[in-house]
Design a protein around this ligand. Structure first.
Ligand code: HEM
Length: 461
């Protein structure tokens, strides 16, 4: 009996604590239940849709307790800008969640590192990426695009339907592998062989794990329990790290300080320790592979469902590049306004990281546009809501590339986030997606196996 009283008392305390205000300027939000808060409101497969619906009820900023974590959701571009650009340092931390330590123990990388330690690593890696990009990226993209086109033309010749996802993954991983480690995966390699099995398949599993199990992070005790059990069994990130260590050792033993070959050489020469170099390399692979490949998958689906847009862009590319064996390169971009608009609309219409995809944390108490945000609050940026705001995008659930022909919507187009901690790979992603998607349009007519429209339902894995 006593135990029941104690449990009822603890539930009551939890209920009061979760529903009490920090200040009179707290953002509004749903009723919080004891222990779980308002996590019950969210479908983990499509949290951005429910959060966008809630923003219509509670407004541009609202709060939710995800279990033990107080969280605010930003659904408005001007607030997002104020926090991530004007007050970047104040909102520059990432949350310290157990599931993230499974990916990067100690969070000593770029993506998950706390603001103070993050700054020098980010600055150095940005410079290395920019150098490597200007020296090698165009050549890598042209080569990789030719490789993938040759593979896909085999299917086209025999008119055999196939899923391109596996090829897109290889393409995006190869771009990073080449820039970072001067290596690549042959297009003939199957998912169960070589680097596909050692790197690409584990990345897929990491993304599934992060999407599926991060809920444990928010419930008292479960996050740590889940961490220790998974760590004991061994993680996918550990498997990738074994491969990265081989790259590290090879590079170290053949290093020429005067002639860095790739980003790994740059990081070693920059004086970063082995753990940091390996973690940053892992970041580039995990953050860079899946996001761009998923965008290309959406491109394929959206092109199947919008054949008139597909035809219009293909016409434009044919006129600019010529019909016969031309390859679209980054240098054609300034002559292809419709294709550019189509891809810009793709990033808006199918936002790959609809909630960020990496949360931030408030490093101190702050008041933003009259909302009080206490230190330690987790911040989710609902980019999906911003990209679907009817005030700025007419008929947002329709795919209309023309909307970007006359207006770039700079203020409300944020797929790569903004501010000092925005996407590190923005330019690489934009270039690799332009080159591959344009060449697909130039070389193929993309359609579904049965000629029907494809399902566009979104899901976070
Ligand atoms: C379509 C492709 C991509 C999209 C939509 C995307 C989007 C994003 C977003 C929204 C963030 C969170 C930024 C924030 O917290 O404000 C991010 C972070 C990041 N992205 Fe990307 N990204 C893409 C491709 C890439 C590529 C190709 C790379 C690597 C070459 C990359 C590396 C990173 C890294 C390292 C971070 C963490 C940045 C930091 O904490 O300083 N991303 N990305």
């Amino acid at each position: 009996m006593l135990i029941l009283y104690v449990i009822a008392f603890l539930l009551l305390i939890s209920f009061i604590q979760k529903n009490k205000k920090f200040s009179s300027k707290d953002p509004p939000g749903p009723l919080e239940l004891p222990i779980i808060g308002s996590i019950y409101k969210i479908n983990p497969k499509m949290p951005h849709l429910e959060m966008t619906r809630l923003s219509k009820v509670y407004g541009k900023v609202f709060k939710m307790w995800f279990g033990k974590n107080y969280t605010i959701i930003i659904n408005d571009a001007s607030i997002y800008r104020e926090m991530y650009v004007d007050k970047a340092a104040m909102f520059g931390d990432r949350p310290n969640l157990p599931s993230l330590h499974l990916l990067v123990p100690g969070l000593r990388d770029i993506s998950l590192e706390n603001y103070d330690a993050w700054k020098p690593v980010r600055e150095f890696t940005s410079t290395s990426l920019a150098r490597s990009r200007s020296r090698t990226l165009n050549g890598i993209l042209d080569y990789q695009t030719n490789q993938i086109l040759n593979s896909l033309k085999q299917f086209s010749k025999i008119r055999e339907p196939f899923s391109p996802s596996f090829y897109y993954q290889k393409y995006t991983i190869n771009v990073i592998l080449k820039m970072a480690f001067n290596d690549e995966i042959p297009y003939s390699e199957s998912p169960s062989e070589g680097l596909m099995a050692k790197i690409v398949t584990p990345i897929d599993q990491i993304m599934n794990r992060l999407a599926g199990n991060s809920i444990f992070d928010h419930i008292y005790g479960l996050g740590h329990l889940y961490y220790y059990i998974t760590k004991f069994r061994g993680t996918e990130a550990d498997k990738i790290r074994v491969e990265l260590k081989k790259y590290y050792n090879d590079h170290l033993s053949t290093l020429d300080k005067e002639n860095p070959r790739d980003i790994l050489d740059h990081l070693i020469i920059g004086g970063f320790d082995e753990e940091r170099v390996i973690n940053v390399s892992l970041d580039l692979l995990v953050a860079g592979g899946e996001t761009s490949a998923t965008t290309m998958e959406w491109f394929t689906i959206v092109m199947v469902n919008n054949p008139e847009c597909q035809e219009k862009a293909a016409d434009e590319l044919r006129k600019v590049v010529g019909k016969d064996n031309g390859l679209v390169t980054v240098s054609h971009r300034q002559s292809t306004p419709y294709t550019n608009a189509l891809l810009r609309e793709l990033f808006r219409y199918k936002t790959v990281g609809p909630l960020g995809p990496l949360p931030r944390v408030a490093r101190e108490d702050a008041v933003i546009q009259d909302y009080f945000i206490p230190k330690g609050t987790i911040i989710l940026s609902n980019i999906y809501a911003i990209h679907n705001d009817e005030k700025h995008y007419q008929s947002p659930r329709q795919f209309i590339p023309e909307r970007f022909l006359t207006d770039q919507h700079y203020e409300h187009w944020l797929p790569f986030s903004i501010g000092a901690r925005n996407c590190l790979g923005l330019s690489i992603a934009v270039d690799e997606i332009y080159v591959l998607c344009s060449n697909l349009l130039l070389n193929f007519k993309i359609s579904s196996a049965n000629g029907q429209k494809l399902d566009e339902t979104e899901s976070m894995k």
